[in-house]
Design a protein around this ligand. Structure first.
Ligand SMILES: Nc1ncnc2c1ncn2[C@@H]1O[C@H](COP(=O)(O)OP(=O)(O)O)[C@@H](O)[C@H]1O
Ligand SMILES: [Mg+2]
Length: 434
């Protein structure tokens, strides 16, 4: 025991925590590639195989990576590229062109960017081309080797692929797919998109040139997988400077994941979204609560982080309302409960409110109708309620049908935190009968 201890280096806690924050931050928010992407083995293999065929054998290809935001499309592509570049010969010949639909908003800009990324600005000089196709052909021709026998393979990686379909005549897509389909030059076109219906957006002549290969990244993770991910994202590696600290930290993470209240919070996140990005946000919030005095994550930290993640902009808005406005909202909630979500008008809301006042027989809440009207309009301005018919319709304002845009849980949550909310108002909100 003492022997083992002697070998271990002891690092002060302050440094350990700083190192911990750095390691995990890089993992969670700096886009560091995971050693091994989880749960996408098949997709990884498929894409790698396709790109390898272009890189090594000069075959042309086109493929779409489809999946919701944060599902790991960019990550998958990057890790495949990393693996591909490890192969002998590939990194000397393979060229990459990265385009993004948010940046290259028309084909002229895209072409300029392609030229720049292929380092062909000097070759192009101020030549003038008749068409986009000629220009692209010239660029690809320029990449051919001295003896003109073989071209260098080029990967065109189009992020936010669906935005390129809005370019005039879809010229860029048409030409890239056209080259990838004919044997002009070895290129692979990889599109990344979150639109499942992206093929429907392509013009017929563009669509017919696309290979129709699609790789889907739809998470099929189960809840135990999800908890496992939390654990592995927080796990400290063997190489951590202070082994004992790492060991203790890893044990605490394990205990954390087994805690019942943490499990409930994670279940809620899992139900609302399974993607990695929202998980990362949650874990970053937990991580920011780790200090030198408390070098571990407690269940309470997870619950607090979870609360912040789910903080509801609308429920927060309720804190700024006047007590009259809040009462009107409660009256609407009761009307919604009684009439099962049917629309209501100001008159009905006001009556409901009056019933409450009569029962209380208190005089502190006495409001002129004009004041109530004003409050009602303010709620509409805040978009907490919405008129049903068009604004042009000629109904009297008191009788215009409205809908409440909040649900019961949002209202109850806001009431709990409303500063100095009168008890009778709170009770009124909670009572089942208005
Ligand atoms: N299978 C996975 N294994 C580990 N981390 C992943 C995985 N998929 C995504 N991530 C992480 O989730 C985050 C979001 O992924 P990203 O590739 O940017 O999503 P997308 O491009 O689909 O919007 C990244 O930080 C990435 O490292
Ligand atoms: Mg992305």
């Amino acid at each position: 025991m003492s022997k083992r201890k002697a070998k271990e280096t002891h690092v002060p806690v302050g440094e350990c925590v700083a190192q911990l924050q750095k390691t995990l931050r890089e993992r969670l928010c700096c886009g560091e590639l995971p050693e091994k992407p989880e749960g996408v083995d098949a997709q990884h293999k498929h894409l790698l195989e396709l790109l390898r065929r272009t890189a090594l054998h000069g075959e042309s290809n086109s493929v779409l990576l489809v999946g919701p935001r944060g599902a790991g499309k960019t990550m998958l592509l990057k890790s495949v590229l990393k693996e591909l570049l490890k192969e002998k010969d590939v990194n000397k010949t393979l060229m990459q062109v990265h385009l993004n639909g948010l940046l290259q908003t028309d084909d002229k800009i895209a072409l300029k960017e392609i030229t720049r990324q292929l380092h062909l600005e000097n070759v192009v000089g101020d030549k003038v081309f008749g068409s986009f196709a000629e220009n692209l052909a010239f660029l690809l021709e320029a990449l051919k080797k001295g003896d003109r026998s073989s071209s260098r393979p080029v990967l065109f990686l189009l992020d936010e692929f669906d935005l390129f379909v809005h370019h005039k005549n879809q010229t860029l897509l048409y030409n890239l797919f056209d080259v990838s389909q004919s044997a002009q030059a070895p290129i692979a076109v990889v599109g990344l998109t979150c639109r499942l219906d992206v093929l429907e957006l392509l013009e017929k002549r563009v669509k017919s040139r696309f290979s129709h290969r699609q790789i889907h990244l739809l998470s099929g993770a189960t809840f135990p997988d999800y908890v496992q991910r939390v654990q592995s994202k927080l796990w400290l590696p063997e190489q951590f400077p202070d082994q004992r600290f790492a060991h203790e930290w890893n044990n605490s993470v394990k205990a954390l994941c087994e805690d019942k209240s943490v499990e409930d919070a994670l279940q809620r996140h899992f139900n609302s979204s399974k993607d990695f990005r929202s998980l990362h946000v949650l874990l970053m919030l937990c991580l920011s609560r780790v200090t030198v005095a408390k070098p571990c994550i407690k269940p309470a930290d997870v619950l607090e982080a979870s609360r912040v993640c789910f903080a509801d902009a609308k429920a927060n808005m309720l804190h700024g309302l006047s007590i009259l406005e809040l009462c009107l909202i409660i009256a609407m909630k009761h009307l919604n409960d009684v009439y099962e979500g049917e629309p209501f008008n100001l008159q009905m809301v006001h009556n409901e409110f009056k019933k409450f006042l009569q029962r209380k027989s208190s005089t502190i809440y006495h409001f002129e109708p004009a004041v109530v009207m004003k409050a009602f309009e303010h709620l509409q301005q805040l978009e907490l309620i919405r008129p049903l018919d068009s604004p042009g319709a000629r109904t009297q304002r008191e009788f215009q049908l409205m809908r409440l845009l909040l649900d019961t849980s949002q209202i109850m949550e806001a009431l709990q935190k409303y500063p100095q909310c009168p008890t009778d108002v709170k009770q009124w909100a909670m009572s089942a009968f208005a």
